[in-house]
Design a protein around this ligand. Structure first.
Ligand SMILES: C[S@@+](CC[C@H](N)C(=O)[O-])C[C@H]1O[C@@H](n2cnc3c(N)ncnc32)[C@H](O)[C@@H]1O
Length: 274
């Protein structure tokens, strides 16, 4: 008798920036029944905790500079798990379609004839902007939103001057440790030294930090933990101070105390605001 053909499927899924409450309902439902999960190193432990104990889970993440599992090996792992008939989740930080090599994975799965679906996630830019209360396209200051990477990952390097503009909000993924170099590239693109900048590390996670500075002072930033995201543009100006009674009523019970410093137009030094 012929063996029944088991049909596996791959879900290319976004895990969001870290807070499990920001996973989509669809993502949670699929994670509960997945048989194999291959995840990146950026997926927060609180999200991995939602995966049932019987699921095969493997970290296939690459950290900068480390020789981990190659992209081709990840393709083979996805294809063979699906061919064995498993429901497979390829779990990535943020949204899978942004700076996540998912194009190569979709191509490999298509070539192999494997069914797949994309499950979107909240990209870290949106998590960071929400945490820092930044209206990314405030019509008074920005007519464009540019998502850019400071890490070429083998692609042609971005020409920063082409994408930098005083009426744009720039969100720099993978800024790396050299903020002086980024500040130089943004200044060469025509941005004023007083342009507000925000660095958000571990957005939406318990260890989240938000630093506010200006383009002129950005070069002084060093030693910040990864993952970090840099937001540059007029929209990153501080909001007017909250009244005391608003401060009290907007804080959820049980949340860690959040001290927000409201700065003047051009702070001399960066300030940690959360
Ligand atoms: C390989 S890219 C993946 C981006 C991801 N697909 C997304 O949509 O956010 C990794 C970069 O995303 C940013 N990132 C991801 N999670 C973050 C978080 N919780 N806080 C700040 N930045 C984050 C950092 O710039 C990090 O270097």
């Amino acid at each position: 008798m012929n063996k029944p053909i088991m049909k596996g499927k791959v879900y290319l899924m976004g895990a969001g920036p870290g807070d499990p409450d920001l996973l989509t309902v669809q993502a949670v439902q699929i994670l509960r029944t997945a048989e194999v999960v291959l995840h990146d190193h950026l997926v927060a432990p609180a999200i991995l905790d939602l995966i049932p104990a019987w699921t095969q889970v493997r970290n296939v993440g690459k950290r900068c500079g480390s020789a981990g599992i190659s992209q081709e090996q990840i393709h083979s792992m996805l294809i063979s798990a699906a061919r064995e008939g498993h429901q497979v989740v390829r779990l990535k930080g943020g949204d899978p379609l942004l700076f996540g090599r998912v194009g190569e994975e979709m191509e490999a799965l298509s070539r192999a004839g494997i069914e797949f679906e994309v499950v979107p996630g909240v990209t870290s830019a949106m998590g960071a902007a929400a945490a820092a209360k930044i209206p990314l396209t405030d019509r008074r200051f920005a007519s464009k939103l540019v998502f850019m990477s400071n890490h070429s990952a083998g692609q042609a390097n971005t020409n920063w001057e082409d994408v930098t503009s005083p009426d744009a909000t720039h969100v720099v993924y993978m800024p790396g440790p050299d903020y002086a170099e980024i500040a130089g590239k943004l200044s060469a693109g025509g941005l004023d030294g007083r342009t507000p900048c925000l660095i958000v590390t571990h957005a939406t996670q318990p260890q989240q930090q938000i630093r506010r500075t200006t383009l002129r002072e950005l070069a002084l930033e060093r030693g910040l933990p990864a993952p970090a995201l840099l937001i540059v543009g007029e929209v990153a100006r501080p909001l007017p101070p909250l009244q005391d009674d608003e401060k009290t009523s907007s804080r959820k019970t049980g949340e860690p105390h959040e001290e927000i410093l409201h700065l003047t137009d051009a702070p001399a030094k960066s300030e940690i605001i959360v």
